[in-house]
Ligand binder design. Structure first.
Ligand SMILES: Nc1ncnc2c1ncn2[C@@H]1O[C@H](COP(=O)(O)OP(=O)(O)O)[C@@H](O)[C@H]1O
Ligand code: SF4
Ligand SMILES: [Mg+2]
Length: 380
């Protein structure tokens, strides 16, 4: 994928859609039923075979017109998602998390300049258009932070939920409604038939987010992009919605990119977590190791800034300064250097490249020196 990306106006704005017609991407079942696994499943009696990544983001750089100039909002973002994996993307506001999800769903602003590649099942999605692009989108479910902003207030829940099934997969209306009622039951909404007749304003925020999850799963996606799906909800509702999302992801064998500003939440539900700062991924780590053995000072700072109910006497450490957007970062130094307690001359000599370390990736020039000293936001 290179040069400006023209998003197809016929499909933008519909996060879950896809035609039934044959095309270059394989058709998906209307009801997902693949078991979760890090490996592709063989047929009966066949051993599991190792699977390649479902999604590969490779050197993704996105520039947008900002204040009259073309400026970067994502810089050389690379990661891959194995089939069935839950992968967290964490960072402060403005770090580029949503932009990454939008690039994956081909929903970037029309004037975005994109370089690098995004491959789904080995195929560059930057080359897709028309029916192929719609088919790709039917395999990618997007769940947003604010469900109300993504529903039409004058359309009934039933019409919203069944639209993609009816128009893209040619499922008859009565059957589509029956599937919607079944899926509502899966997200804990038992009176689905009544809910389908209601309008978004008649549902609470938590209920509406469950409807969004159910709607997203109806077309049988393989990848779920969940962009801060619980941030707008109160704490108890957050926990309910998170539990539903996690259960259904496992049940349907979905691969998930889970976007959040909450490091601990990502670590709790994801196999691996990537940490973003100023439009770059600065660390990728197994979630189990992220807290006790971080590989980047920013990860350690994020962990130290969060209250921990098990350590009530611990003083929280605010991260000094403010987060930078990608376009504010100096082009030839570590973007975190102005806030980093470990910054040295080497950090200001060049932008640190990705370094494989400890089974993960760090973009810290001092990652080896600091290894083992970052867990408690130690002094450099
Ligand atoms: N439509 C847009 N035009 C120009 N800049 C944008 C647009 N949308 C987002 N940005 C900028 O891109 C950067 C990344 O934004 P975003 O991905 O939404 O961050 P996050 O989701 O991590 O909070 C921010 O600096 C933001 O101001
Ligand atoms: S490269 Fe230097 S400034 Fe950047 S995070 Fe590492 S120690 Fe801190
Ligand atoms: Mg966002």
């Amino acid at each position: 994928m290179s040069g400006p990306v023209a998003n197809d106006p016929a499909v933008t704005g519909t996060a879950v859609s896809g035609p039934a017609a044959a095309g270059a991407l394989p058709a998906t079942p209307a009801t997902p039923a693949t078991p979760a696994s890090g490996a592709a499943q063989g047929g009966p009696g066949e051993p599991d075979r190792p699977a390649g990544p479902l999604l590969e983001v490779d050197g993704l750089t996105v520039r947008l017109p900002i204040e009259g100039a073309s400026r970067p909002v994502l810089r050389d973002v690379s990661f891959s998602l194995r089939p069935g994996e839950a992968f967290g993307l964490v960072g402060e506001s403005g770090s580029g998390k949503s932009m990454t999800a939008r690039a994956i769903d081909r929903l970037l602003p029309a004037r975005a300049e994109v370089s690098g590649a995004i491959r789904f099942d080995g195929r560059d999605i930057g080359t897709l258009s028309g029916a192929d692009l719609r088919r790709y989108r039917s395999q990618v479910a997007m769940i947003f932070q604010d469900p109300r902003a993504h529903t039409n207030p004058v359309r009934r829940i039933g019409d919203f939920m069944t639209e993609a099934l009816r128009t893209n997969l040619a499922v008859p209306a009565a059957q589509a409604r029956a599937k919607a009622v079944d899926m509502l039951a899966q997200v804990g909404i038992e009176d689905g038939a009544r809910r389908l007749r209601q309008y978004p304003h008649q549902l609470s925020g938590g209920m509406l987010q469950r409807v969004m999850i159910a709607a997203a799963l109806l077309t049988g996606p393989r990848l779920m992009l969940a962009d801060e799906p619980t941030t707008a909800l109160d704490v108890t509702t957050q926990a309910e919605v998170m539990a539903i999302l996690d259960d259904l992801r496992r049940e349907f064998g979905l691969t998930m990119l889970f976007i959040t500003h909450d490091l601990e939440l990502a670590a709790a539900i994801c196999d691996r977590t990537a940490v973003m700062y100023a439009g770059q991924i600065v660390e990728i780590r197994s979630s189990m190791l992220l807290h006790d053995d971080p590989l980047h000072p920013y990860t350690a700072a994020l962990a130290g800034a969060r209250p921990d109910i098990a350590q009530t006497a611990r003083r929280l450490r605010a991260i000094p300064g403010r987060p930078l957007s990608a376009f504010e970062a100096l082009p030839a130094e570590c973007a975190f250097a102005p806030r980093c307690p470990h910054a040295r001359d080497v950090c200001r000599a060049a932008v640190p490249g990705p370094l494989e370390i400890g089974g993960g990736m760090s973009r810290c020039a001092r990652a080896h020196d600091l290894r083992g000293r970052l867990g408690a936001v130690a002094d450099g």
